[in-house]
Design a protein around this ligand. Structure first.
Ligand code: BEZ
Length: 258
């Protein structure tokens, strides 16, 4: 196997584990959709700290977790002894022996450089008839959050930030899957408002955690006021009495390699 470009997930392992435990808890139905069987070979692409990888292993599958973040992989190895984890990138991997299924939760939207290449790599990693079961951000994901960012950047006279995600429409992703040799069996597209429990400063904290690349190179003295403005702009849509909610939209699918 070859895994050499560690850039798949740009978020912090602490975040993946804690309030964003939703990644794991809300991922449970996706494991049901995968329906892993004892002895099956499963690849978990963008496995983070390996919580869902462990759930797949607990059903008897022989699973390998891959993630672009070495910090996440270190944590996964420490927390789940007996399961194989490796650092790797969806844009650039090959496997020696084909898998029965590739699984991915909340990771494909970070692989934004060439989504078609990621799907092609997944295709070549599967046996004919192998399943590709995944959930990712879909079109409109974080629309209020990103609109607030873009407005604040414009108000501060800054160049529009490059957002580090890929949120396709269901039609676009189905077309890509079919182009790369998959038959789409299930495709769901739904809102999932998600509490930002670990973001006491709401949208500002979210930007720091999940879009830190857009802050790189900015004059340090404008970062705080800029993020304060993001908060003001996002609050009417996203701040509730109980706390901040992110406007997440999910794309969930199961496809089969032709
Ligand atoms: C998501 O899971 O949809 C997501 C999380 C952080 C940044 C962007 C998207």
């Amino acid at each position: 196997m070859r895994y050499d470009t560690p850039s798949l997930n740009r978020w912090h392992s602490r975040v993946h584990d804690s309030s964003f435990g939703y990644v794991s808890t809300q991922g449970a139905p996706l494991v049901d959709l995968l329906d892993p069987r004892p002895g099956e070979r499963v690849l978990d692409l963008g496995c983070g700290t390996g919580v869902l990888t462990a759930q797949i292993a607990a059903r008897g599958a022989d699973v390998l977790g891959i993630d672009g973040s070495s910090a996440m992989i270190e944590k996964a190895l420490a927390q789940h002894p007996g399961i194989d984890f490796i650092v790797g990138d969806g844009h650039d991997f090959t496997v020696a022996d084909a898998y029965d299924a590739v699984f991915s939760n909340a990771a494909l939207h970070w692989m934004n450089r060439e989504p078609g290449m990621v799907i092609a790599n997944i295709h070549q990693a599967l046996t004919p008839g192998g399943r590709f079961v995944a959930e990712m951000g879909g079109a409109g994901n974080c629309a209020e959050l990103t609109a607030a960012m873009l407005t604040a950047w414009r108000e501060y006279g800054l160049r529009e930030p490059d957002l580090p995600w890929y949120f396709p429409t269901p039609a676009e992703y189905a077309r890509r899957l079919e182009q790369e040799g998959f038959v789409v069996r299930v495709l769901e597209y739904f809102d999932r408002p998600t509490p930002l429990d670990e973001c006491p400063r709401g949208a500002a904290d979210w930007v720091r955690m999940f879009a830190s690349s857009v802050l790189e190179g900015l004059p340090p003295e404008i970062v705080e006021p800029l993020l304060g403005r993001v908060n003001e702009l996002a609050a009417p849509a996203l701040r509730r009495e109980t706390g901040w909610m992110a406007d997440y939209v999910r794309l969930r699918f199961a496809a089969v390699r032709r």
